[in-house]
Design a binder for this molecule. Structure first.
Ligand SMILES: CC(C)(COP(=O)(O)OP(=O)(O)OC[C@H]1O[C@@H](n2cnc3c(N)ncnc32)[C@H](O)[C@@H]1OP(=O)(O)O)[C@@H](O)C(=O)NCCC(=O)NCCS
Length: 171
């Protein structure tokens, strides 16, 4: 299993993994499958352009025998006052491949990448309160809860909390 950074030719791979994630785990993300599935190709080109360029946004794939089984993204800030902080997004492992350590490997890889970026002092993420496996995993990697946006997400008739977690990478 290898972890690789998405490149300019990965448009369809990123799009299909994002749609797969939204369809397979509708509560896990703060956006909706039907909403994204109905967006035009033009919208997707625009939305994914930063990931494809690989400068301010990176997408990482976990790949097994050429098949993409997991992903996670990093969003860096263009703003001078926020360039020390990075957002962790779109963390997902295909249902069939869960519980085999792939999520752990993706997180380890991301932290190795960030260790080499001396200017980055913290990584932050938001996770819907229903995603207990993800929350446990983040805690094991040293993330702690720094906020709770109560009833931030509406899923069917339910309102779900969005938990903010962060990890400080340097003093
Ligand atoms: C969160 C997620 C990416 C983890 O991927 P994974 O490949 O299954 O994770 P791993 O196999 O590396 O397991 C890592 C940890 O996850 C937790 N975990 C995994 N499977 C679990 C299970 N069946 N029950 C409880 N915890 C579990 C454990 O803390 C585990 O730690 P361990 O290795 O010390 O036992 C995956 O469950 C997923 O895609 N979930 C849906 C999307 C989601 O919630 N994304 C987070 C958005 S913020």
């Amino acid at each position: 299993m290898e972890i690789r950074k998405a490149v300019i030719t990965d448009f369809e791979n990123i799009k299909s993994m994002m749609l797969k994630a939204l369809r397979s785990d509708p509560n896990a993300f703060s956006v909706n499958y039907e909403e994204y599935a109905s967006c035009s190709n033009y919208w997707w080109q625009n939305y994914l352009s930063d990931y494809l360029a690989g400068l301010y946004s990176h997408m990482y794939f976990a790949q097994e025998n050429e098949i993409i089984v997991g992903m996670a993204g990093l969003n860096f800030s263009r703003k001078i006052k926020q360039q020390h902080s990075v957002d962790f997004v779109w963390f997902f492992v295909d249902q069939e491949h869960r519980g085999k350590g792939i999520g752990r490997k993706i997180l380890e890889h991301i932290h190795t990448v960030l260790k080499e970026r001396e200017e980055i002092v913290k990584i932050a993420l938001s996770v819907v309160s229903t995603q207990t496996k993800a929350i446990e995993l983040y805690k094991k990697f040293g993330y702690s809860v720094s906020g709770n946006q109560r009833r931030h997400i509406k899923s069917g008739n339910d309102y779900l909390d969005l938990i903010i977690m962060e990890k400080h990478l340097r003093p």
